[in-house]
Design a protein around this ligand. Sequence first.
Ligand SMILES: [Zn+2]
Length: 288
Amino acid sequence: MRWERGRRSENVEDRRGMRAGLPGGGVRVGLGGIVVLLVAGYLLGIDPLTLLAGVQASQIPIESGQPLPPNGASGDPLADFVSVVLADTEDTWNELFAASGQGYRPPRLVLFSDAVSSACGLGQSAMGPFYCPLDEKVYIDLGFYRDLQDRFGAPGDFAQAYVIAHEVGHHVQNLLGISEQVQRRRQQVSEAEGNRLSVRLELQADCLAGVWAHHADRSRQLLEQGDVEEGLRAAAAIGDDRIQRRTQGEVVPESFTHGSGDQRVRWFRTGLETGDVESCDTFRADRL
Ligand SMILES: [Zn+2]
């Protein structure tokens, strides 16, 4: 990716090295535990909000972090990169919302280490990156990128950008009222049906990530040779089927909440090729 000259976002909050507050002291998760849970937890498709539900959000003091120094002065290339990708999603979604006569309210992005308090409850690195609709923030421990590269065989900056764009996709779904509709519907149906809805929501976020990539490339020529393949490899690597096969030796489609690798690739590609939000209607699609 050609990102170095890109604009930096003003919406990055650095809470790395801060302890997530819980009554009776901070929470720390050992690195070994993170790696194990990472495979077993988020990537298996457990909805972070379910995991978070065990902790009363009101018990957690929400601290705020430092804004990242502007113009790439942080001396931290990975944080700098995330800031550029976030800024690019802001520009893209600003334009797309404006084109349909709506205003776009950008999310904030919180960098954390180990554990973090969000309006949705306590978040841990083990869950992987997540979006909290209640405070409209994306949370990421940059250590996730090491796992993406080493454990899931998906290296490269565009693979990393795809992860951010997917979470921002959830923010877009939140602004459009889609997340709320799905959440309400999930409470009325069986668990299996609820999982099917969750798959459609996740695949739509993948498609919206593709829509972003399409426009980032058109307007700012962000993509280089090989970038699309990197993104597709990441989409396939974190599909439920691949992860289940690695962790439990069998694949149980009824328990999918994110979709198979093939499905994730297909929807990411749909958004990438069309650049059109309308093409991302996974809820009406006969074939996922
Ligand atoms: Zn997601």
